[in-house]
Design a protein around this ligand. Structure first.
Ligand code: NAP
Length: 259
């Protein structure tokens, strides 16, 4: 399928690895020029070069912490006038409800709610002027069904989801289409960290923690960044113009709900 977005330009945040990289690669495969971002410069530049070599698109790499206002300003300056925005950042650490302080909540809200809102606020006006834009926010299955030990994530991402639900309906008339993608467990560094945490808590190996988690997923496996990225590229395509303010689960059936 031709996604109809060759020659467009996208900012994909937190994209040197994992799900962000999967989204960047799928957009590059569709012929989209990219601005990539992550904190670690070496991994970011390696990813940028790999994507240039494999897909022949223009790739600008900006090493920056996307959750920091000053550093985000550098990313936005390099991004300039983009047609597509994919928001993403690292997820908050797991813990117990009684552990978290106000500062922990502020940090989580900054990273996983206020940063994507700031990016949308900065970039959507130019999309509105052009009458075309696509935004995909990477959130989590925890928006649909809470993951108890990820209370910081549950809280911050649900706040973002509420914001998107209203805002997406305000900008859709201008051709700017905003949706969220909700990953279930995917085989990335983040999943390794979560499995490592379970292994330590339960005194089992990381492999055993992973095998047990796989048994809780109807598809009996972890997702891949590649398949996640393909859905993102579709939501950024010409064909997704009537899909507005949706929360698309990509979780192998892990969230047990009828709708
Ligand atoms: P990952 O494999 O650990 O990759 C994270 C990427 O984001 C890396 O490129 C990392 O590079 C970059 N990054 C992290 N914090 C950043 C920041 N503050 N500013 C700029 N770049 C940053 O993680 P992932 O699995 O792709 O997860 C992506 C998001 O989806 C996270 O919010 C995660 O909580 C959420 N999620 C993941 C899963 C899953 O199973 N994988 C499930 C549900 C939700 P640097 O470290 O160099 O910055």
């Amino acid at each position: 399928m031709d996604l109809g977005i060759a020659g467009k330009r996208a900012l994909v945040c937190a994209s040197s690895k994992g799900l962000g990289r999967g989204c960047a690669e799928a957009l590059a495969e569709a012929g989209v020029d990219l601005v990539l971002n992550a904190r670690g410069a070496a991994a970011l530049e390696a990813t940028a070069q790999d994507i240039r070599d494999r897909y022949g698109v223009k790739v600008t790499a900006v090493a920056a912490d996307i959750t920091d206002a000053a550093e985000r300003a550098r990313v936005l300056e390099a991004a300039g006038d983009v047609d597509i925005l994919v928001t993403n950042a690292g997820g908050p650490p797991p813990g117990l409800w009684s552990d978290w302080t106000r500062d922990d909540f502020i940090k989580a809200l900054d990273a996983n709610m206020l940063t994507p809102i700031a990016l949308m606020t900065a970039l959507m006006p130019k999309m509105i002027d052009k009458g075309w834009g696509r935004v995909v926010n990477i959130t989590s299955q925890s928006v649909k069904a809470p993951i108890p030990q990820l209370g910081l994530s549950n809280a911050a991402r649900t706040g973002l989801t509420g914001y998107v639900a209203g805002t997406a309906r305000q900008v859709a008339a201008h051709g700017v289409i905003v949706n969220n993608m909700l990953p279930g467990i995917h085989a990335t560094d983040r999943a390794d960290a979560l499995d490592g945490n379970v292994a330590r808590q339960q005194n089992i190996s990381v492999e055993e923690a992973k095998a047990r988690r796989e048994q809780t997923i109807p598809a009996r496996r972890y997702g891949t960044a590649e398949e996640f990225g393909k859905m993102c590229a579709f939501l950024c395509s010409q064909h997704a113009g009537f899909i507005v303010a949706q929360n698309i689960l990509v979780d192998g059936g892990g969230t047990n709900a009828t709708i």
